[in-house]
Write a protein that binds this ligand. Structure first.
Ligand code: ADP
Ligand code: GN1
Ligand code: MG
Length: 370
């Protein structure tokens, strides 16, 4: 759909005249644009984003969460002598003072553009993965004392693998596009692993592991890597920041940050996880989070990498069976291709489970600073 991006930009206090905007990034959910604006201090870029309200049913709640989270991070960064304009997202106010604008029933927001940094869909440099995981761990740590009560659940039961499994079985049973027959192997792969689905939800329900504030979408391309230092300068994509389990954040950083191939690679011989990348992720995440994680959380980190990969693979397969209504697709069978890469990674993690556990045990112990 074409949007009047000049009109949308004019609703925000961007401090200058709109020049142009173009689609940006490779996210599967929102519509993201980079906009150029002429200001007295020179040209500036902003991110304009349309929230996908098919996915996020309560956008006002979501924006309230993001406002609280970014304000808290900003205060922490200022107190620690950091640069809050680069190290957390900054929402630009709309003309009515809100942190978003509703235009033709669409919810839009504007962020300051983080310059001198970029995101990567696939890891190009081993040291980036240490710093990405460190940034996600630090993010959790900084939010551990967020005042003001529990955050809204922007997508209820988001990482509840048991419920995701039920949704998969329902889509399979309905098979609205008659696709099940052509992906029997992928379906069987899922059915064989049903027992894994309840492990973490059961621990949480039994009060054996605590709920914390977590990011819940720690893809490698949801952290901006500084061009000059290679550090994870800013954690972005805050729509799913809500109560959750920290080990899912570590797990999802492994799913993409230790992947040896793209999420939609069709040559499955390339897909799997690199233990060298896994080790850097474990090191970076634990250097930031070791001080607050409980033994039960550290003890499930390796398992959660496999579990979250299984969960996202299930969601891709479910969406394929349901007719591609959730994730953006760019070619036929795109969600099935994505599911296949996730299954290849799950299978690889099954064979590497002992090595992964040994790596976690090593970095659970204090390390020399990097
Ligand atoms: P989605 O939810 O669709 O994944 P994201 O919020 O992750 O959307 O944004 C998509 C991409 O846009 C990111 O991967 C990143 O490259 C870029 N991006 C998002 N926010 C910023 C920002 N404030 N500054 C610079 N680039 C950004
Ligand atoms: C979506 O928004 P994006 O592209 O960062 C999805 C994640 C999946 C991911 C798979 C809100 O993330 O849960 O893990 O695709 N986000 C939502 O690549 O569903
Ligand atoms: Mg994203």
């Amino acid at each position: 759909m074409k949007h009047d991006l000049a009109g949308i930009a004019s609703r925000f206090e961007l401090g200058g005249a709109f020049i142009e905007a173009e689609p940006y990034g490779s996210g599967h959910i929102n519509d993201t644009y980079s906009a150029r604006v002429k200001t007295p201090a020179g040209e500036k870029r902003y991110i304009l984003q349309r929230i996908n309200t098919n996915v996020f049913r309560e956008p006002e709640h979501l924006m309230e969460n993001i406002g609280r989270v970014t304000n808290h991070l900003r205060a922490k960064l200022l107190a620690a002598g950091g640069d809050p304009d680069r190290e957390t997202l900054t929402l630009l106010p709309a003309d009515d003072g809100k942190n978003h604008a509703v235009i033709d029933e669409n919810y839009w927001r504007a962020y300051r553009f983080i310059e001198g940094a970029r995101t990567y869909d696939l890891v190009e440099n081993l040291s980036h993965v240490y710093h990405a995981a460190h940034a996600f761990g630090t993010f959790q740590k900084h939010l551990s004392d967020l005042p003001g009560g529990r955050l809204h659940e922007t997508i209820p039961h988001f990482h509840n693998t048991r419920k995701r499994f039920d949704a998969f079985q329902e889509a399979l049973q309905r098979d609205v596009k008659n696709r099940a027959a052509a992906c029997k192997a992928e379906i069987d792969f899922a059915l064989q692993r049903e027992a894994d689905a309840s492990v973490l939800v059961d621990l949480l329900a039994a009060g054996k592991t605590p709920e914390r504030i977590t990011h819940n979408d720690t893809k490698f391309n949801n952290v901006m890597i500084d061009d000059a230092t290679g550090r994870g300068v800013c954690v972005i994509d805050l729509d799913t920041v809500m109560p959750g389990l920290p080990m899912y954040d570590f797990g999802d950083s492994v799913r993409t940050g230790a992947a040896t191939a793209k999420e939609d690679e069709t040559d499955l011989s390339k897909c799997g996880i690199g233990l060298d990348m896994f080790e850097r992720l474990a090191h970076g995440y634990l250097d930031a989070a070791r001080e607050f994680l409980l033994p039960v959380e550290i003890g499930h980190m390796a398992f959660s990498a496999k579990l979250i990969t299984f969960t996202i693979g299930l969601r891709f397969l479910t969406d394929h069976l349901a007719g591609d209504t959730y994730f953006k697709i760019h070619r036929e069978n795109h969600n099935l291709d994505r599911c296949r890469t996730q299954w290849a990674m799950v299978a690889d993690m099954e064979t590497k489970a002992d090595q992964m556990e040994a790596i976690i045990a090593k970095y659970a112990q204090p390390q020399k600073p990097v």
